[in-house]
Design a protein around this ligand. Structure first.
Ligand code: FES
Length: 171
């Protein structure tokens, strides 16, 4: 009994943030995308439970919400790291050896095959198609900041700098 009450309280607390977001948007199905964006900002990803909860709350089939969440690259069903690294692998960047940067980053961050987020959820490394800055190829974006003509060593140095700054902040 006690355990189930604790579970219910934990569930209510877990969904408190999404409730506030739903209320702000008047539980409107027409606001599905901003609802999902804001929800993802809070939970760092859109879990199955959150997708079902949003769907039920706005009166839309969960499959439709799931379809939207998987259609837009911006949404993620898996938790991502604190820092997001997007490496362009469009044609211009590929020709300028973007894969060398990717390999260097993945090796430095010890990412196993098939994994894009580090074990400690510090970094997520993704490849994206053309970022629209081909003149700067190869291009990498870290936490929204664009870095052009990046070399593998530079990319690793940037990650090391972020790691050092994070460690300093925690002290
Ligand atoms: S191909 Fe990388 S920015 Fe266009």
């Amino acid at each position: 009994m006690q355990e189930s009450m604790e579970k219910t309280t934990a569930m209510i607390e877990h969904f408190a943030a999404v409730n506030r977001i739903l209320e702000k948007h008047n539980f409107s199905a027409a606001k599905l995308i901003p609802i999902l964006q804001e929800t993802q900002d809070v939970y760092k990803c859109l879990s199955k439970e959150v997708i079902s909860y949003v769907a039920t709350s706005i009166g839309v089939p969960p499959a439709k919400v799931y379809g939207v969440a998987t259609f837009y690259a911006h949404f993620s069903l898996e938790p991502k790291g604190k820092h997001i690294i997007r490496l362009c692998d469009g044609t211009a960047c590929h020709v300028k050896k973007s894969h060398g940067i990717l390999n260097a980053l993945r090796s430095h961050l010890k990412l196993a095959d098939g994994k894009s987020t580090t074990e400690d959820f510090a970094f997520t490394v993704e490849t994206v198609s053309c970022l629209g800055a081909c003149g700067l190829a190869p291009v990498m974006v870290i936490d929204g900041e664009v870095h052009g003509q990046v070399q593998p060593e530079q990319a690793v140095a940037l990650v090391e700098e972020i790691t050092r700054n994070d460690a300093a902040e925690q002290q």
